[in-house]
Design a protein. Structure first.
Length: 89
């Protein structure tokens, strides 16, 4: 049995964007408009969604980098503490 530890903010945001894009496309497809206009609107919205996804990916990379740095700082601090304790013993 796998453990479900919850979704990360990145996963939630990506899911939201995908859902919003799908909703937009369905709304456009069922709205009364000529096919040419509908295709143009879908194309424009998909381009916007792609740009938003790229921005989110960049922010996620920044967050991951910050977490890695903080984790490394913590590991270093723990190693230093253990080394000091060993020297005192």
């Amino acid at each position: 049995m796998s453990e479900n530890k919850g979704s990360s903010a990145f996963e939630v945001t990506v899911s939201f964007i995908i859902g919003a894009a799908a909703g937009f496309v369905l709304g456009i497809l069922f709205a009364p408009a000529p096919g040419k206009d509908t295709r143009k609107k879908i194309s424009e919205e998909m381009a916007k969604t792609g740009e938003k996804a790229k921005e989110i990916a960049k922010e996620a990379e920044k967050g991951i980098k910050a977490v890695k740095e903080k984790t490394q700082e913590g590991i270093t601090a723990i190693r230093d503490y253990i080394d000091k304790k060993k020297e005192k013993s």
